[in-house]
Design a protein around this ligand. Structure first.
Ligand code: UT7
Length: 331
């Protein structure tokens, strides 16, 4: 079984910064409510002519600039997104051509906010099998294209961003055990509809927008994350105290506070991206990782625990050793 390690990271967020006052002027909501219930202070929205594929390319270019990587011999591209530019061609093949990668597989995966972790698990497996050596994994979403700006329950939550990591075959093994799970029976509690009007027999609206039963998702997410982090630690033969930093999907900072209180873990070990960027779905974990590197909270050799969760419902988590060294990043 071949070993794998993450050797580079890149991120991108659009220029359009949206603070909570944007919603105050349009809806029956307040900056105070949004901060109190979610911790969100701002988010960024794509421009009218900017799409998920554009954000992925910009994240890859950021990676190239910072880590001086060569994309030429990338042999597999995975884009995790629920907001692709279009259904076909997939985003990954657009990324292939725009980065000038000659000989590569290219797939999109759709598992909403758990997508980035699923991408990492798949990259690890592809490399372990010996079939591939250099896999580019993206988590990217343009959530502002999917929200209903008349629905105060959802539109205040989300933001747009893309992040990517390069997973390479190497001498050391830095990607450890993973877990994943699904409960499709709760599909109707968080969906982005198309033309179908029901899920598992329950009526849904087919308006092409995201709909969420916030309370139901919140309850499920707190339980799933609390149990999932413990199960992931057990699978890796470690205790939660052995983990240097946790990078759970950044959906709601208050929810993360509840989970970490349950588990008795200090918030200083939880790296989030939600307060600054909103819930960026598949991008939220790489965005948090980058922020953690930039601020010096994540250092080379640190043990990290990542866990994504969201629509499906689905979740996926993985333990890894961070080998990214910000002090060596080119300015
Ligand atoms: O990434 C995918 C996974 N998603 C998540 O993890 C999201 C999980 N859910 C949540 O984060 C929270 O449930 C929300 C932030 C969505 C909502 O917070 P909440 O504390 O659960 O509020 P609630 O849904 O129980 O609603 C409480 C009240 C309601 O009013 P009434 O019925 O009590 O009069 C809502 O209508 O807050 C109202 N409300 C708002 N008020 C002001 C809902 N949204 C807003 C708003 N501004 N934006």
């Amino acid at each position: 079984m071949n070993n794998s390690s993450i050797t580079a990271i890149g991120v991108y967020h659009p220029y359009g910064k949206i603070d909570n006052a944007f919603f105050e002027s349009r809806l029956d909501t307040t900056d105070e409510w949004i901060r109190e219930r979610t911790g969100i202070e701002s988010r960024y929205f794509v421009a009218a002519d900017e799409y998920t594929g554009d954000m992925c390319v910009n994240a890859a270019l950021d990676m190239k600039k910072k880590f001086n990587v060569d994309f030429e011999d990338v042999d597999f591209i995975i884009v995790a997104s629920m907001t692709p530019d279009q259904t076909i061609p997939n985003v990954a093949s657009q990324v292939q051509t725009r980065l000038g990668i000659r000989n590569t597989g290219a797939v999109d995966i759709c598992t909403a906010c758990s997508g980035f972790c699923y991408g990492l698990i798949m990259a690890k497996g592809l490399i372990a099998s010996g079939a591939y050596r250099k896999v580019l994994v993206f988590g990217a979403d343009s959530m502002s294209r999917a929200v209903d700006f008349n629905d105060r329950n959802t539109c205040i939550l989300f933001g747009d961003a893309a992040g990517c990591v390069l997973v390479e075959s190497g001498d050391e093994n830095d990607l450890f055990e993973s877990i994943s799970g699904t409960d499709g029976s709760m599909g109707k509690d968080l969906y982005l509809s198309s033309c179908k009007t029901s899920i598992n027999g329950s009526e849904i609206s087919a308006d092409g927008k995201i709909h969420q039963n916030g309370r139901a998702v919140y309850k499920w997410a707190v339980t799933t994350l609390s149990e999932g982090l413990g199960n992931l630690a057990a699978r890796n033969g470690i205790s939660l105290d052995d983990v240097d930093c946790f990078l759970p999907h950044s959906a709601n900072y208050r929810m993360l506070e509840a989970v970490f209180k349950n588990l008795g873990i200090p918030m200083s070990k939880c790296i989030d991206s939600v307060r600054k960027y909103g819930n960026t779905s598949a991008a939220s974990i790489p965005m948090a990782w980058y922020e953690g590197l930039l601020s010096g909270r994540i250092r080379p050799g640190d043990s990290l625990m990542l866990m994504g969760f969201g629509a499906g419902f689905t979740y996926a988590g993985i333990c890894l050793r961070n080998m990214l060294d910000w002090s060596r990043v080119a300015e």
